[in-house]
Design a protein. Structure first.
Length: 244
């Protein structure tokens, strides 16, 4: 039997990159998947490619109203939600002196508040289905320091995961965080950064960057019943970078 047979999943930021990889893997393993993103063109194209078990919904993840809409559409199309992957996020690489209050609040809204909203909105749906799994995508910058704003929000996701795991265990819902290192997504391997990434990869213990599918395999495990005794935990996918 497929590892996610009979499960209904919501994956945010799913139009491209890691989110798209997660969606493909979930469909392969039998899930019905609601893909959300602001990029309507790419999201719609991917849902059409994945077939009848995929539905694209345009979503601003920082909007409570959009979250209500997404869960309602998921239930209408496929039934109560079993899995939530909070994957959407943005990066920012400015110094603390260069970062405006508006920029800081924007990254907090998208990377941090959206995770809170996703969990808050999906829990009642998961209660209907008798439980579920929430996977919050953080970063190795939720384990070690990095750029201001980005690091702050990724540490917050790690903390929210632990707090939610303790509360949601009462509902049969598991909550875990995934911490990717350098992943070969379009944002990372674009021409103006490619050479720098290749040079940096030499310093990773495994001597390479990860493919999105390698993160998807961890997300799949946490979404499935195979991880039934894992909650409130961090799963690091970084080629050994944070072990140095």
């Amino acid at each position: 039997m497929a590892r996610l047979e009979g499960k209904v999943a919501i994956i945010t930021g799913a139009a491209q990159g890691m989110g798209a990889s997660h969606a493909r893997r979930f469909i392969e393993e039998g899930a019905k998947v609601v893909l959300t993103d602001l990029n309507e063109e790419k999201g719609t194209a991917l849902a059409e490619e994945l077939g009848e078990n995929a539905l694209f919904v345009k979503q601003n993840v920082a909007s409570p109203e959009d979250w209500d809409m997404v869960v309602a559409k998921a239930e209408s199309a496929f039934g109560p939600v079993n899995v939530l992957v909070n994957n959407a996020g943005i990066t920012m690489a400015k110094s603390i002196l260069q970062t405006s209050v508006e920029e800081y609040r924007r990254i907090v809204e998208i990377n941090q508040v959206s995770v809170f909203l996703g969990m808050k909105t999906v829990v009642p749906s998961m209660q209907k289905s008798g439980g579920g799994s929430i996977v919050n995508v953080s970063s190795i910058n939720g384990i070690v320091g990095g750029a201001i704003g980005y690091t702050d929000t990724k540490f917050a996701v790690r903390g929210m995961t632990k707090a939610a795991a303790m509360e949601c265990s009462n509902y049969g819902i598991r909550v875990n965080s995934v911490h990717p290192g350098v992943i070969a997504t379009p944002m990372v391997v674009q021409e103006d950064t490619k050479s720098a990434v290749e040079e940096f990869a030499k310093h990773i213990p495994l001597k390479r960057v990860a493919q999105p599918e390698e993160v998807s395999n961890i997300v799949l495990y946490l979404a499935s019943d195979e991880s039934s005794y894992s909650t409130g935990a961090e799963f690091i996918v970084d080629g050994g970078l944070t072990a140095m």
